[in-house]
Design a protein around this ligand. Structure first.
Ligand code: PAF
Length: 285
């Protein structure tokens, strides 16, 4: 069932809660792909009812980013979601979520600001305010749907870590379920933004997984020094790749690592033309 208003969702959730049913939430910005479907599958397996939100959230895009051109494919998303067993597709308008003025108006003034230490690095460095927008919308969705479980992909690992921290710090009674990265057959991590790549750029995009998989192989062969592991990346980079970051950080608090260990996540962001792609790998076997 496709619902557009907060009141409609609340009414349905109230019915479900009365019946004692468990609810899973899969928050998305739409343009659903196999990565999202793996989250949906987990929710459908684990919960009595599953809600998928489809909302391109204006407040998590920075000026000059792709808010306007972000793919919007609601009809296809609805079909995919319902075929996968989703009970509600919640697709609000920006006005429904943030009032007439949307943002920067008296209609909407309260934000959830995650800790600076978690956001002043990796994607947060170039996307200032992005995680404030993410935490704010995720909180709103949590309050609207009141799920027992919420499902987030490890592809956006910094987002996942920040949301886990927010849930813990604010005592939000929801279990966050992390879901592994889903990759194309050639290893490219699935992302709605892969749609922006030209066929040539699609090939060039493999650099992210090539660097990460190679680092993991080197780590498994006994190289633990982060400087030495970082060095191994350079032979993969060509002039078409603009490396934004390649960093080794702790899986819980995002602290930088000098020596890699099983708690280490390797994070990478590369710009290919105008398309910015991210990926990561855990060194835990
Ligand atoms: O990961 C995303 O698609 C978005 O950041 C999210 C969690 C749906 C919030 O808008």
């Amino acid at each position: 069932m496709l619902l557009h208003t907060i009141a409609e969702v609340r009414a349905k959730i109230k019915e479900w809660k009365k019946e004692g049913l468990t609810v899973g939430l899969v928050p998305t910005m739409g343009a659903l792909h196999k990565g999202h479907l793996s989250l949906i599958k987990k929710s459908v397996e684990k919960c009595d009812k599953t809600v998928v939100s489809v909302f391109v959230n204006p407040i998590q895009f920075c000026p000059g980013e792709d808010y306007e051109k972000y793919p919007r494919t609601l009809d296809a998303d609805r079909k995919l979601a319902e075929d996968a067993g989703v009970d509600i597709v919640f697709a609000p308008t920006p006005t429904e979520m943030y009032g007439e003025g949307h943002i920067m108006s008296n209609d909407f003034l309260t934000y959830v600001i995650p800790p600076f230490f978690y956001v002043n690095k990796l994607c947060g460095k170039s996307r200032v305010g992005h995680f404030d927008g993410v935490c704010t919308v995720v909180n709103k969705l949590f309050n609207i749907v009141q799920p027992d479980y919420a499902f987030f992909g490890e592809k956006d690992r910094q987002q996942l870590i920040i949301i886990k921290k927010m849930v813990k710090d604010l005592s939000i009674p929801i279990e966050i379920v992390p879901c592994p990265i889903v990759r194309e057959d050639d290893g490219l991590a699935m992302s709605s933004r892969n749609k922006y790549l030209t066929p040539e750029q699609r090939k060039e995009a493999l650099v992210l997984k090539n660097i990460l998989f190679n680092i993991k192989t080197c780590y498994n062969s006994g190289i633990k020094d982060v400087e030495a592991l970082t060095e191994t990346a350079y032979s993969f980079l060509e002039s078409c790749h603009s490396l934004e970051y390649l960093e080794f950080r702790d899986k819980n608090d995002l602290e930088l690592k000098k020596v890699a260990d099983s708690d280490t996540i390797v994070f990478i962001a590369v710009k290919i033309g105008e398309v910015r792609l991210i990926d990561n790998i855990s060194l835990d076997n």
